[in-house]
Design a protein around this ligand. Sequence first.
Ligand SMILES: Nc1ncnc2c1ncn2[C@@H]1O[C@H](COP(=O)(O)OP(=O)(O)OP(=O)(O)O)[C@@H](O)[C@H]1O
Length: 322
Amino acid sequence: MTLLEVRNVHLAIGGVELIRDLSFSIDTAQRLGLIGESGSGKSLAALAIMGLLPYRSTVSGSIRLSDQELVGLDERRYSKLRGDRIAMIFQEPMTSLNPLMRIGKQIGEVLRIHEGLSRPASYAQATALLERVGFDQPAQQARAFPHQLSGGQRQRVMIAMAIACNPDIVLADEPTTALDVTVQAQVLDLLAELTSEHGCALMLISHDLAVVANVCDHIQVMYGGAIVESATTSELTHFAEHPYTRALLATSRGLDDLDNESFGQLPTIAGTVPQAGQFPPGCTYRGRCERESYQCQTPPVVTGTTHQVRCWHPYGSSSEGA
Ligand SMILES: Nc1ncnc2c1ncn2[C@@H]1O[C@H](COP(=O)(O)OP(=O)(O)OP(=O)(O)O)[C@@H](O)[C@H]1O
């Protein structure tokens, strides 16, 4: 059943177009990965869903959570949904945690506000959540301030806060990028385990295809403010059709290398993501595409149903396919 439906969303900040015609949906308890290089618009897509866009943003299109339209929703109703039905985990927990409040109290606050629990009940529940996310001495550790914890522990606290009220969906924006590789894998496993335990959908944002492929059952590739390819994880990793997805796969670490700390520097894709507001006409990837000779000037076509590719010359439909 469709839980979240994003339809034809366009987003501009200060008149600069940053997201173009974004459409996708997430089913109940589904795990969807959103990947793409820095600047492709992944975080803005998540912030649009959360209703946390910066000043001077304009959004058109539709974002529906079950039967609730989110575009244009007033702040009072939005703040009730946040935490309660949609939660978000950011890359750097220190920007989300209050440095002056003990973590047990911070998790408890979420439960007090959204679930109406009393102070003692919310604190007891917060301690139980800390235990669930892997703290071995939760009663003591609930008294710690954020700076007294490691990066991995702080991200576990964020996961505890995100799942505290059993939301329908958690949006996780690069939740492990700031962590070292071995901790990354543990935190991702925990996130996947807890969201499925709660029947909660997950939208995992990352620039790392291996991270997303290990956790998600469906992947969407974003480039220049638009989704260029979308498929099940298995289809995307075995039968990628868009030249950009192929380039991402070629420069990605292997799926087995997630907990390999000594894994070397990855090759990068030549060229850069087009500057916001300076998208070329037609295909945004045109300037970097290895099939550039096609000069895809006109808007690219979208092919397929479950496996969608926004490209004039996807590999699968061409005799030149790899
Ligand atoms: N507040 C803002 N005002 C103006 N432009 C912005 C703002 N926030 C983001 N942008 C621009 O929008 C584009 C997409 O940014 P976004 O943060 O969504 O990318 P991203 O794919 O999440 O990259 P990263 O992985 O680096 O966060 C970028 O060109 C960025 O410079």
